[in-house]
Design a protein around this ligand. Structure first.
Ligand code: SAH
Ligand code: SF4
Length: 352
């Protein structure tokens, strides 16, 4: 497969362009055009011969939007096609201050959480850094956004399909590429990475020169019960995760967030709230409660609104900082991996 130029930083792009015998200012032009989401054929500042030379050896954009669904609440879901025919998904949410995009980091996921549609078929492959960046670039272009101050997307969450820390190197490279000056340049402070709790990689991330927000999917304060819904919990215990979070705070000074999906009759009782309070109280963290997005492939049900607010009230009374995330895009298969799953069902050509 041809190398994708969007995956190169400006320095590397310069050496590619000089190897082609072109002047170095061309690299700057091409870099900007790539971050604007343009294909070689649209880079009209370049000579036709150079455009042809580039497209013989390289690809420009690694993803194409093949479907876009709009929710009544303004959330949009995108289905992207990769160069090898695989499909991934991303979600766009509009807040008062601008757009947030939720991107995928893998095709599928091998963690196999019971409530999640992304892991239904296991892991197909890791996304390259160019592909993760491509999701952001394609949607920014779709929104009519430019670079730097003219970008439309201002926040990124790595909460689509896949476990970002299971695709560590490409994810970290993506974090650097997306925040490089001269490109789309999204501040690392506005990027959140969510992990199911891969402890050694959480330590490694704390030592990188990236300053992003760390989010951990907890979903239970009890190891044995967590194992029932998250197989990865057999390997990494809650106390080890808390140790890795404390280290992240020590090294980066950044508070961390716990995601807690409320599953009816599973993890939403007073006993769970009390245990959560005693585990997390006094830590520099925030708890983000989410009502389960029910997926038809399993029997798990969401806590009702009333139950969810009761759980929130218990945590707050216990001294935790907590919020209940508003429901988004339920009418468009909002949950992680659901849209791709639907696409696979409708287009089972054996491609995926
Ligand atoms: N693999 C990473 C990031 C992607 S999942 C992780 O697990 O953290 C992003 C978030 O969506 C996680 O908190 C995950 O638990 C949650 N999630 C997965 N399936 C869900 C569903 N059906 N309803 C609500 N949240 C879900
Ligand atoms: Fe993977 Fe996250 Fe889904 Fe678990 S919740 S299967 S780790 S994407």
């Amino acid at each position: 497969m041809k190398e994708c130029l969007l995956g190169l930083n400006l320095e590397k792009l310069k050496s590619v362009i000089s190897d082609l015998g072109e002047k170095s200012f061309r690299a700057g032009q091409i870099y900007k055009a790539l971050h604007l989401g343009l294909d070689f054929s649209e880079m009209t500042e370049l000579s036709k011969t150079l455009r042809e030379k580039l497209s013989e050896q390289y690809t420009a954009q690694p993803v194409t939007i093949i479907k876009n669904l709009k929710s009544v609440d303004g959330t949009q879901k995108f289905l992207f096609k990769l160069c090898d025919g695989n499909v991934i998904e991303g979600v766009l949410m509009k807040y008062k201050y601008g757009y947030t995009i939720c991107v995928s980091t893998q095709v599928g996921c091998r963690m196999g959480c019971a409530f999640c549609a992304s892991g239904l078929h296991g892991l197909v492959r890791n996304l390259t850094s160019a592909e993760i960046l491509g999701e952001v670039i394609a949607v920014n272009r779709y929104l009519g956004g430019g670079l730097g101050d003219k970008r439309q997307i201002i926040n990124i969450v790595l909460m689509g399909s896949g476990e970002p820390l299971d695709n560590y190197d490409n994810t970290v490279e993506f974090l650097r590429l997306v925040s490089e000056t001269g490109g789309i340049n999204i501040s690392q402070r506005n990027i959140s990475l969510s992990t199911s709790g891969i402890v050694p990689k959480m330590y490694k991330l704390a030592d990188e020169d990236v300053s992003i927000n760390l989010t951990v999917s907890l979903h239970s304060p009890f190891d044995e019960e967590r194992e029932q819904i998250m197989p990865v919990a057999k390997t990494y215990k809650i106390d080890e995760i808390l140790g890795a979070c404390a280290n992240y705070f020590k090294k980066t000074g950044r508070r961390y967030i716990f995601e807690y999906v409320l599953i009816r009759g599973n993890n939403d009782s007073i006993r769970h709230a009390n245990a959560l309070i005693s585990k997390l109280k006094g830590r520099p963290c925030h708890v983000n409660l989410i009502r389960l997005n029910e997926v038809k492939e399993n029997e798990l049900k969401s806590a009702t609104d009333k139950e969810a607010y009761r759980f929130l009230g218990l945590l707050e009374k216990g001294g935790l900082s907590a919020t209940l995330r508003r429901r988004m895009g339920e009418d468009i298969d909002g949950a992680c991996g659901q849209l791709r799953q639907r696409y696979i069902e409708e287009n089972s050509t054996g491609e995926i």
